[in-house]
Design a protein around this ligand. Structure first.
Ligand code: FAD
Length: 537
């Protein structure tokens, strides 16, 4: 007899759940324990596993439908089994049928107007859309790729998945020093599995974002959104959506450089490198910024021999000099070759590898080359409207409003500070102002930055050099080498440095290299935000 798939009761208060996505279609084989659908409760999104193996015979609850708990929404059984006779088919009450996602092939929405239209479903865009909807606005969002944007798909999350895999390897390598002896310390990195794990995390998060948007009553349009002369948003050139306010959250894309040989197929962007299923034996990283250094650390740990080539005199010039110097020393100790103050002349094919030719006549030969020299705003959404720009960046004021009244631009597209949590905050500010009129200003002075290397590097506020330029300062410093807990963890490299104004004791900047720096920096962030003095701390 066929096995019923039911809407679970996942909590005392849960009375109904929304079917967000079926990962299988009718006729597909399913295995017990395999994730087959995603549902959304009033609190969270959940993935449901098949409770039996067989064929997905029938899907009764359709995507977008909200059904009461314990309702049968599908059947698993044997090929050819008839299930319709066994149970009455569930039909959603008429008023509960969720409107279909508008198709870009029709012009159905022309007469329908939104309060806010958001272009781009990355951190800035999806937060702005949800926020605007929470304020009571009727909201549409247009996304040309996958929800979650750069951060979830090819940025923060994939890199953090690789870096944490790298830390597991570090742990295995250091286990003997802590008294754990394996029979053999040989291990092999199964790169397709590493990629698969990363992809599974990404998938969970991106579908969670889509579910969140739906549960916040945001209408979803899939396609490329562009603004026309009338300030409507046109999706894929066919569907015209009208709205009172527009939020452009198009984010950013990888930058390239104009060097001879740059079009070699083994020269990759960070997007490409994160999709590689074969670990390169040798990797050259052009650009020692945050992304380049995180990638260098991750691929070194996975087993590649990595060389970083940086034009400036130190890696990640935006962080404190001491932090940058310590990180350089530690990465070199791990085997990463770091060449600073080094200019690249050209790239050339060398028997299937790439030769990176450097000024002064030397070169680096690698299987793959990562170009990570920064990112540039994606301005495809701007369409037919003229905006004030600054070096390719969309100019905004402190309310996140562009030079065109009623059009806002939070996130990487304005390139003020290209970080996901900053994009969240900008998205909130843009939505608040778009819905309620310009009243909320953006303030980033307490927003932290983190480099997720091992050890982590985190900072908030001014660097020592910046602070010294403006103020009479005092600097406090404590090294993790003398910290008991860090010692016990065997993770005692690094320091915490606090820069304060000498007269009032106000904390101007905090810089941490060391264990849990990404977490500790949140306290520092709060201190800077609240303008708490050294004595009060
Ligand atoms: P995006 O995330 O780029 O999203 C923009 C979205 O808009 C995309 O989904 C795009 O498809 C869509 N879009 C663009 N134009 C259109 C259009 N015309 N029509 C429809 N849709 C459109 N930040 C951190 O804070 N911490 C980290 O650890 C971190 N690591 C990173 C690692 C890497 C390798 C990279 C590349 C970035 C990392 N970042 C990190 C930066 C972070 O990813 C970005 O700052 C953040 O994603 C910016 O959010 P956004 O919404 O402005 O833009």
């Amino acid at each position: 007899m066929a096995h019923e798939i039911i809407m679970p009761k996942a909590g005392i208060d849960m009375t109904e759940g929304e079917i967000v996505k079926w990962f299988k279609k009718e006729g597909d084989p399913v295995t017990e324990g395999e994730i087959i659908l995603e549902i959304m409760t009033d609190k969270t999104s959940m993935e449901l596993e098949a409770e039996a193996s067989g064929i997905l015979l029938k899907i009764i609850g359709q995507e977008g439908e909200t059904v009461p708990v314990t309702t049968v929404i599908g059947y698993i059984g044997e090929q050819g089994e008839n299930v319709v006779a066994e149970k009455d088919k569930y039909t959603a009450p008429e008023e509960e049928v969720v409107e279909e996602v508008p198709s870009h092939k029709t012009l159905t929405r022309l007469e329908d107007s939104y309060n806010v239209i958001v272009i781009g479903g990355g951190p800035a865009g999806y937060v702005a859309a949800i926020r605007a909807s929470q304020h009571g606005a009727k909201v549409a969002i247009v996304e040309k790729g996958e929800f979650g944007g750069t951060c979830l798909n090819v940025g923060c999350i994939p890199t953090k998945a690789y870096l944490s895999t790298g830390e597991i390897i570090d742990g295995v390598e250091n286990a003997a020093a802590r008294g754990i002896n394996f029979e053999s310390t040989n291990y092999k990195v199964n790169m397709p599995k590493v990629v698969q794990y990363k992809n599974s995390v990404v998938k969970k998060l991106t579908s969670g974002v889509e579910a969140l948007l739906r549960s916040n009553q945001v209408d979803i349009f899939k396609g490329i959104g562009k603004i026309n002369k009338n300030k409507d948003v046109v999706v894929d050139g066919t569907t015209v959506i009208k709205g009172d306010k527009i939020i452009i959250a198009g984010g950013s894309k990888v930058s390239s450089i104009n060097l001879p040989g740059i079009d070699n197929p083994n020269v990759l962007s960070s997007d490409d490198l994160l999709a590689l299923e074969e670990l390169p034996e040798t990797l050259a990283v052009i650009g020692g910024g945050v992304i380049g250094i995180e990638m260098a650390q991750a691929f070194e740990a996975l087993g590649s021999k990595v060389t970083v080539i940086e034009m400036m005199d130190r890696i990640i010039p935006s962080i404190d000099v001491e932090a940058s110097e310590l990180l350089t020393k530690l990465l070199k100790k791990k085997g990463v070759d770091i060449k600073t103050s080094t200019k690249i002349i050209e790239l050339a094919d060398k028997g299937g590898k790439v030769e990176v030719r450097l000024e002064g006549g030397t070169s680096v030969v690698a299987d793959k080359v990562l170009v990570s020299i920064g990112r540039r705003p994606d301005i495809e959404a701007l369409g037919e409207v003229d905006f004030e720009m600054e070096n390719g960046k969309l100019k905004v004021d402190r309310y996140m409003e562009t030079s065109v009244k009623g059009i806002y631009a939070p996130g990487d597209v304005n390139a003020i500070k290209m970080l996901a949590h900053v994009a969240f905050r900008m998205g909130e500010v843009a939505a608040d102002n778009a819905v309620k009129g310009n009243h909320r200003e953006l303030n980033l002075h307490s927003s932290p930055s983190v480099v997720y290397t091992h050890p982590e590097v985190a900072m908030v506020g001014l660097t020592e050099e910046q602070a010294r330029e403006k103020y009479d300062v005092r600097v406090g410093r404590f090294d993790f080498v003398a910290n008991g807990r860090a010692m016990a963890s065997g993770d005692n490299v690094g320091f915490v440095k606090v820069i304060a104004d000498n007269k009032y004791g106000e904390i101007l900047g905090v810089h941490i290299v060391g264990p849990a720096a990404a977490e500790i920096i949140n306290q520092a962030s709060l201190i800077v935000e609240m303008e708490i003095t050294v004595d009060e701390v």
